[in-house]
Design a protein around this ligand. Structure first.
Ligand code: SAH
Ligand code: F3S
Length: 453
């Protein structure tokens, strides 16, 4: 019973949590497998942010449970946000699940699996489901081990857990708990170690990274703890690029905007969640900024970095969103000229303030508004990529592309580029001349003059 398969749903934080669980399990003698048909333990690391994500994981669990009928020793665990959100209630739909572990208890997974294994080896049937969704002080400090692939170039580093913003639509404050930051020294040490192991690009992760350390560190000379952290990571030798997600618009004060002008490793790509372009809807969402203020941030960032790339999150069909209010979103969405966007149809999350609001938007209207924004995004993306045609971009070589035909990497603006290269260049920053583009990716050739590639 030691082959473990982890399936991850949802955001990059979930990816990172799964990776940390895998690292802890490996250290305990478990074997991580990529083939789900060849595992003894399946762990579903789940997402609750929209109903669809929960339904997907439940569907998968229902399907997998059939396996238990053939093999009673097979272990199924549900981890993360849905485990936290629904707890023991999950057993109504999934009575045969062995393990339900919440978002503050990932580090307990190895112990729980050991216990299940010991019970099985003693011939005891698994008596009842292990459920642990308690809060745990300092659990934000437990997501720190990494499983690095051979020659892994990019890595996620968790700097914070939870969120206290209480956006009216959002389940995250419930599933992830209070906002808690990791000590800056530990984060920096983790980044240094990753750099020493060959990682060249780090993405700092949290639900609201711009608030990082606000209760634990003081501002020094108008510089927030988050920007202090960026400065320290920027100084790590070997590291080439820094990204972060997700910030909050209200975190974009003078110091962070200026950081884009002076921290050379900070990539000119900002994910800046807008949610809505209507001031009334923003207020109803409990998002503390106006469309004017948001637009100002975009303009300020473009002033510091004219080549800045922007992405965003939008929710269409928030309760009570009128056609006119949606048009305000559409208008601002066009004006900001996003290179990338995640457009979501509002999904009722029970227990959040918006769930009880009158005037829920019909599904057809959400779908229509969704399509409008996606069409704008596609046009934007094509337009941006067309401007890249014929230019030479700095690309960080990540490795062979999925089809194994060539290599892939990304520009600082987070555009994926395919090109011919050699293994020796993995982890290097190389100039690539872009000679073909599609909506989603760029294709090009190494432009190495006088360098033997
Ligand atoms: N700060 C976190 C937010 C997590 S939720 C982060 O960006 O990682 C990610 C996005 O999902 C939000 O920005 C929002 O656009 C969307 N979202 C959250 N709750 C939603 C809901 N109930 N319905 C539809 N989309 C939602
Ligand atoms: Fe959710 Fe808003 Fe926090 S979107 S994660 S409550 S900033």
């Amino acid at each position: 019973m030691n082959r473990v398969f982890i399936k991850t749903y949802g955001c990059q934080m979930n990816e990172r949590d799964s990776e940390a669980v895998a690292a802890m399990l490996r250290a305990r003698g478990y074997r991580m497998v990529q083939d789900e048909s060849a595992c003894d333990v399946m762990l579903l690391n789940t997402c609750s942010v929209r109903d669809m994500a929960e339904q997907k994981a439940i569907g998968k669990a229902v399907h997998v449970i059939q396996k238990k009928k053939r093999n009673p020793r097979f272990v199924l665990g549900i981890l993360g946000c849905m485990a936290q959100n629904r707890g023991a209630e999950l057993l109504d739909a999934l009575p045969d699940v062995d393990l339900i572990v919440g978002t503050q208890k990932f580090h307990q997974v190895p112990d729980y699996l050991d216990n299940l294994r010991a019970a099985q080896e003693a011939g005891a049937p698994i008596a009842s489901t292990i459920i642990d969704i308690a809060e745990e002080a300092d659990s934000q400090n437990t997501i720190r081990e990494h499983v690095l692939e051979d020659r892994q170039v990019t890595a996620f580093v968790s700097i914070q857990q939870g969120c206290n913003m209480d956006c009216a639509f959002c389940i995250v404050p419930k599933t992830r708990g209070d906002e808690r930051s990791r000590p800056m020294d530990e984060i920096v040490r983790e980044c240094e170690e990753l750099a020493a192991r060959g990682v060249r690009e780090i993405t700092l992760l949290g639900q609201i990274v711009t608030s990082y350390g606000r209760r634990d560190y003081t501002h020094t000379g108008g510089v927030t703890p988050f920007v202090q952290l960026l400065e320290r990571v920027n100084a790590i030798p070997g590291l080439q690029r820094i990204r972060f997600t997700s910030p909050h618009p209200r975190g974009f004060k003078e110091d962070l905007i200026a950081a884009y002008g002076r921290l050379e490793k900070l990539c000119e790509y900002v994910h800046l969640p807008l949610q809505s372009g209507s001031d009334r809807i923003l207020r109803a969402m409990n998002r503390p900024y106006t469309r004017e203020r948001y637009r100002q941030i975009v303009d300020d960032l473009r002033r510091v970095r004219p080549d800045m790339y922007f992405s965003t999150d939008i929710i269409v069909g928030f309760p009570g969103e009128t056609e006119e209010e949606f048009q305000q979103t559409r208008e601002l969405f066009e004006a900001c000229n996003y290179d990338m966007a995640y457009v979501f149809k509002y999904s009722i999350r029970s227990g959040t303030p918006a769930a009880g609001m009158a005037d829920q938007t019909p599904d057809e209207v959400k779908e229509e508004r969704n399509q409008v924004l996606l069409r704008i995004l596609e046009a934007n993306s094509n337009r941006r990529n067309a401007t890249l045609l014929g230019t030479t971009q700095e690309v960080l070589v990540e490795g062979p592309d999925r089809k194994g035909l060539g290599y892939m990497g990304r520009t600082r603006g987070n555009r994926i580029v395919h090109f011919a290269a050699t293994e020796r260049l993995i982890g290097e920053l190389v100039p690539v001349r872009i000679d073909r583009v599609s909506t989603a990716v760029l294709y090009g050739e190494l432009a190495l003059t006088g360098v033997n590639s």
